[in-house]
Ligand binder design. Structure first.
Ligand code: 4H3
Length: 248
């Protein structure tokens, strides 16, 4: 997969996409990330990319022309692709969306700075607005880095078996279960005995139960959206019963 990122801060994107699982995916040729700086496409001597908003008010906007030229250059280089503008006005990013993006060949991420981008550029050259959460960032780069990371790690061969995406939180619509490592006994407590039992069926049940229980406690909104099979309903009922017992 190839991701083109339009940004005034290419070094930031290069840094984020250069390390860890995503950095390795790039080294292995599973993911290409290329940055494009609109400043390189500005035509005046000052290489201006911003402009004052009509109607007044504070701050500056990103003007149409440098972004239009940049997007044309990306297309000339690699052909057309879906253009995504990172903004708080966008639809929320979810793991389902991440999986969808990861299945596509190309993505163009447009990072805004200042107060944002002239609406006409968005209306004519952007396919989709995307938000990583209900908060405001000083630029789209952090949000783009989140998309690149979440999508990059899902490329075939990016994760080894131990990191397998099948066990991720959200993959089945639930939160992850708790995890433990050495030592078995610590001042902070003991490892749940079932995890030391070697009984793989019991371990699978326990993990599923914890995932269901945590989702019920912490994110009932997620739980409401998953269809639970008979075993899951039983496990969740067990968790609730034990939870109530602990509360009294
Ligand atoms: C994305 C971008 C929040 C998100 C962003 C998010 C700066 C967009 C500027 C940049 C506009 C003003 N903030 N929640 N900020 O995904 O270009 O919003």
């Amino acid at each position: 997969m190839r991701i083109d990122v339009i940004t005034l801060f290419p070094d930031f994107i290069e840094g984020c996409a250069g390390i860890g699982v995503v950095g390795r995916a790039r080294e292995r040729g599973l993911l290409q990330v290329r940055t494009w700086n609109p400043r390189d496409f500005a035509t005046d001597v000052h290489r201006t990319v911003d402009s004052r908003p009509f109607g007044g008010g504070p701050g500056m906007l990103m003007a149409i022309e440098p972004l239009r030229s940049t997007l044309h250059a990306v297309r000339d280089d690699a052909g057309p692709a879906r253009v995504v503008y990172l903004s708080p006005q966008g639809a929320r990013l979810t793991q389902d969306k991440v999986v969808q993006y990861a299945r596509t060949d190309r993505l163009i991420l447009l990072c805004g700075r200042y107060e944002g981008v002239d609406e006409r550029l968005l209306a004519n050259m952007v396919d989709e607005e995307l938000s990583v959460g209900d908060y405001v960032l000083s630029g789209g780069e952090l949000a783009a880095a989140i998309v690149i990371d979440a999508v990059g790690r899902l490329q075939d061969g990016a994760l080894n078996d131990a990191q397998s995406a099948e066990q991720d939180s959200f993959t089945d619509g639930l939160l992850d279960c708790p995890h433990y490592t050495r030592p078995v006994a610590d001042a902070f407590g003991e490892v749940p005995a079932v995890l030391l039992s070697g009984d793989h069926k019991a371990i699978r049940r326990w993990r599923r139960k914890q995932a269901l229980g945590r989702t019920w406690l912490r994110r009932p909104d997620l739980l409401a959206r998953v269809e639970l099979d008979a075993e899951s309903r039983t496990l969740l009922e067990e968790f609730r019963r034990e939870h109530r017992a602990e509360m009294t």
